[in-house]
Design a protein around this ligand. Structure first.
Ligand code: ARG
Length: 585
């Protein structure tokens, strides 16, 4: 028996299989294998406690019997101990650690192991979602960065991923924008800074059309014309969308983000009527003050707070398109799960959407996919209020990315003043952009976070620069001594790990499987960040304590093997998060 990549499942399966031999009813027994406190072992099985209690048995005796019943091939891999009232601790033996290092020595091997987790799942990830004719704001970048990382992590865990950028490209704002455009457009500005010009026009349009004014009525008529397919207005709307897409793409390119589909709200215009029909037919929606709404009697708030699916003027809204979008994703993409990476201020919307979809689908023969709102907090300035420019405007993202690159350039120059400027610039681009991404990813996404250049672009702490540097440093070890990175020779010659720092590092490497799984299962990339940060720390401790290029070939080989695998896991992890990596820094 080999050490498996997914050791927790390997143990789970083995414990279940051995249960009957220890007089345990395998149907009632859940082993509950978890990663353990490293002081006790690598994994811990807690399930005996609950089982013993239910069956009025002595947990320690039962745990001991279960351990005795495990096959010797498995027990050869671990030191096993029954602890406390009846936990079972499993600690990988140094030879097993070495075997793991030998077996999981390529991206392919890691990916193959990890892909066991989500086989058969077809997951649509809805992220990005900026609104056309407006600038993308930092919240949309958060969505894009987190969404991209989740797409890669879940794909690595074996799911088939479809990514969809659900643009806000329809709605009342276009009436006001067209109204303003027709009066006040500055063609020169439209050429040079189109997105800024559209934003200026939209502000003018909003200011010029107060409630109940004749101007508002005119803007509304522009919207009606657009909705009825008026040539001029449709062409204008199309121009606005095209301009926006180009501007968005520039930002996405720098962040290395791409989408399989960019189906905006407008894509669903002709798919809305059947939604009303079905909701009415199944008595899910009702008329209220002229609008079509859905209530959820079982919910404390949504029994009275309506989910408006058609406004009283007959127009569709955000809810309507989201219902149509959901149906489309089920029918066209065969989604078995859908993840919406959207600001937590929209949590009511998604909760109501999910409840409505559940009620609606239960009246049909469609299967409801697993629906998840992956929420995230607001990006705050250092004064604790949402991040804005000093003048109170939205931050221009290009300025933000440029500043990140500039600051990273100073950091890189400080570190390697003698390397050629062109090289420093390239490195700074990777570090700068990576720092912005990593700052977003390393926080628990549900909380607000304070944007701080100094913390973000630093070689100290849980930062992109620290991790990129750790990887680059390992590259330099191999480069300096002209040792091939694949360490095929070293793999054969390596002896079993001995020193505490070697063993700590190897155990950390083995737990990569648990970290990618945890990040995927909880849809929280920060678990992977934390893991990589700890891995870099274990590597650093190892590298300080244990000289790598020693005389004894068996020791040198196993240490080279550790270096090479640390690099592989670091680079794989950073790539899963959506960062680019560096060979030198
Ligand atoms: N355009 C929306 C906004 O800026 C985000 C869209 C999120 N996706 C969705 N299916 N509703 O708030």
């Amino acid at each position: 028996m080999h050490v498996s990549f997914n050791l927790a499942s390997q143990l789970d399966t083995a414990l279940k299989a051995a249960a009957p031999l220890a007089g345990i009813n395998a149907d009632l027994f859940k082993p509950e294998v978890r990663t353990a406190d490293p002081a006790h072992g690598d994994y811990q099985a807690n399930g005996i406690l609950g089982y013993a209690k239910q069956n009025k048995a002595n947990p320690r005796a039962l745990a001991t019997a279960l351990v005795t019943a495990l096959p010797s091939e498995l027990t050869a891999l671990f030191e096993i101990q029954v602890a406390g009232p009846g936990f079972i601790n499993f600690k990988l033996k140094p030879e097993s650690l070495l075997e793991w290092l030998r077996l999981y020595g390529s991206l392919k091997a890691l990916a193959l192991g990890a892909s066991e987790n989500r086989k058969g799942e077809r997951c649509v990830i809805d992220f990005g979602g900026p609104n056309t004719a407006k600038q993308m704001h930092v919240g949309h970048v958060r969505s894009a960065v987190i969404g991209q990382a989740l797409a890669r992590i879940l794909a690595f865990n074996g799911a088939t991923i479809v990514t969809d950028n659900h643009l806000g490209d329809w709605g009342t704002q276009f009436g006001k924008l067209i109204y303003a455009y027709k009066r006040w457009v500055n063609p020169q500005a439209m050429q040079n800074e189109p997105i800024e010009e559209l934003e200026r026009l939209y502000k003018l349009g909003s200011a010029a059309t107060p409630e109940n004014s004749a101007e508002l009525e005119e803007a509304r008529l522009e919207l009606v014309k657009l909705q009825n397919g008026d040539k001029e207005n449709v062409a204008l709307w199309k121009t606005f969308t095209d301009i926006s897409l180009v501007a968005f793409q520039k930002i996405y390119d720098q962040l290395g983000i791409s989408f399989d589909h960019t189906l905006g709200e407008s894509f669903y215009n002709d798919k809305l009527t059947p939604i009303y029909k079905e909701l009415i037919e199944h008595k899910i929606a009702e008329e209220s003050k002229g609008a079509l709404v859905v209530f959820h009697p079982e919910h404390p708030r949504f029994k009275t707070q309506p989910f408006i699916v058609r406004k009283s003027d007959g127009a569709a809204n955000y809810a309507t398109t989201d219902l149509a979008t959901l149906l489309y994703r089920v029918e066209t993409f065969q989604a078995t799960s859908i993840i919406y990476v959207v600001d937590k201020r929209q949590s009511d919307h998604f909760e109501q959407l999910f409840l409505t979809a559940k009620a609606w689908f239960s009246h049909t023969n469609r299967t409801l996919p697993v629906l998840n709102h992956v929420d995230f907090g607001t990006v705050l300035g250092e004064n604790g209020t949402p991040l804005k420019t000093r003048e109170g405007d939205n931050i221009k993202l290009q300025d933000l990315l440029n500043e990140a690159k500039q600051r990273a350039f100073s950091l890189v120059t400080l570190k390697s003043p003698d390397s050629p400027e062109i090289e420093r610039t390239e490195i700074a681009n990777v570090v700068g952009i990576g720092s912005v991404q990593y700052a977003d990813l390393s926080q628990n996404r549900s909380s607000d976070y304070v944007f701080s250049w100094d913390k973000m672009i630093s070689l100290e702490g849980n930062t992109a620069a620290y991790l990129l540097y750790a990887a680059a440093r390992i590259h330099s070890i191999f480069r300096k001594h002209s040792i091939p990175l694949d360490v095929l020779e070293a793999e054969k010659g390596a002896s079993a790990l001995e020193t505490p720092t070697e063993i700590t590092l190897a155990r950390k490497l083995v737990s990569f499987a648990d970290a990618v799984r945890l990040a995927g299962d909880t849809l929280r990339p920060h678990f992977l960040c934390l893991y990589l940060y700890e891995l870099a720390g274990s590597f650093s401790a190892f590298y300080t304590a244990d000289k790598v290029l020693v005389e004894d070939p068996a020791i040198r080989d196993r240490r080279l093997l550790l270096c090479s695998r640390t690099l592989l896991v670091l680079e794989t992890g950073l790539t899963l998060l959506g960062l680019r990596t560096l060979k030198r820094m």
